[in-house]
Design a protein around this ligand. Structure first.
Ligand code: P6P
Length: 331
């Protein structure tokens, strides 16, 4: 009989995990079931396509972006365990009316939304921080969220693909749970996901090659040279257009995922957002034995200045990420 998420969380509480944290993860997982159902219904429910509005990122919002955000807000908002929520789809934070909530929840409700209309993989990414406001008996502020990734107490994603899988860390390795649609339960399918240190698979959007910084150009040129080049082996390439999809592959079989800053005016800070994409994914990757940098610096040590700030991302198999960091240090 496989273990459920609920049983796993109770076991974690028995070895010291805060009960409120277990409850928080349970509630987030319920929101992800509801989002999974909305994604699965797709065109039937008319949730495909775009709205004629943009989010704070300046990106056209998909209907499902807003639907998923509303689900996360509503499902996570009633328990009193959160001091506030923040999302890629909302300009600023939503503080909880009560002041006792111990945690802050930050999320990208639908990552990879450009894949929605073509039935590609999408996911929900979430990050959990302690709320400074709880001890001070006050309402949470946006500044409370601006904590570096090393302060995270939990992180995870749900990936909506052929299987619906919740990948989670509470700081003691990375566990995976698959959704059993017949029972509605998340059933544990991995006790410890591990990223191999070595890989022969890289992941980057080649369309922007002319804009890349030199260290990335050098690394990609070497892997493309294959067995006749300095690496001495042939590499494979994958790019899913959905960070959750590419990261899940890296967590499952290794690889290096790259979305570097580049010289385009709107990409000097990168595309991916620090608080609710790079940090939670970096936590998972490090807990699975991998590395996550902005090219040069450890992502989880970056001090956020703004809620929606972006960062370059180079993550995955430790030996590859370290090699690229070496190239950055020499650039
Ligand atoms: P591009 C999705 O919009 C996203 O934020 C990530 O999930 C994904 O890795 C990346 O952008 C894809 O970007 O420029 O290849 O469309």
């Amino acid at each position: 009989m496989r273990k459920t998420l609920t049983q796993f969380l109770v076991e974690q509480q028995r070895v010291g995990a805060p009960q409120q944290l277990g409850f928080l993860i349970e509630v987030v997982s319920q929101a992800c079931v509801t989002i999974a159902n909305a994604v699965n219904k797709g065109g039937i429910e008319g949730v495909l396509g775009a709205l004629d509005q943009e989010n704070i990122q300046g990106e056209v919002q998909k209907k499902l972006d807003v639907i998923a955000n509303d689900i996360m807000l509503a499902v996570n908002g009633w328990g009193g365990h959160l001091a506030g929520q923040a999302s890629e789809e909302m300009d600023t934070i939503v503080p909880d009316a009560q002041t006792g909530g111990e945690y802050l929840l930050v999320y990208d409700p639908i990552d990879g939304s450009s894949n929605i209309d073509v039935n590609g993989v999408v996911g929900t990414i979430f990050s959990v921080l302690k709320a400074p406001s709880a001890a001070e008996g006050r309402v949470a502020t946006e500044a409370d969220f601006l904590q570096p990734g090393v302060q995270q107490v939990a992180a995870g994603y749900a990936i909506y693909g052929p299987q619906t899988v919740l990948v989670l860390t509470l700081g003691a390795g990375v566990q995976a749970f698959s959704l059993d649609r017949e029972t509605g339960a998340w059933v544990q399918t991995s006790e410890a996901m591990q990223i191999p240190r070595k890989t022969k698979e890289f992941s980057i959007n080649m369309a922007y090659q002319r804009h890349w910084p030199a260290p990335v150009s050098r690394y990609v040129a070497e892997v493309l040279a294959g067995r006749d080049g300095p690496r001495g082996v042939d590499f494979n390439m994958r790019w899913m257009g959905s960070m959750v999809g590419d990261v899940h592959r890296v967590l499952t079989r290794g690889g290096v995922f790259m979305y570097p800053t580049d010289e385009r005016a709107d990409m000097t800070a990168g595309k991916l957002r620090l608080m609710y994409e790079a940090n939670p994914i970096a936590f998972l990757v490090e807990q699975a034995g991998g590395m996550a940098t902005d090219g040069a610096r450890r992502i989880m040590e970056l001090q956020p200045e703004r809620l929606h700030q972006r960062t370059g991302v180079i993550l995955g198999s430790a030996d590859e990420v370290a090699l690229i960091a070496d190239y950055y240090s020499k650039a």
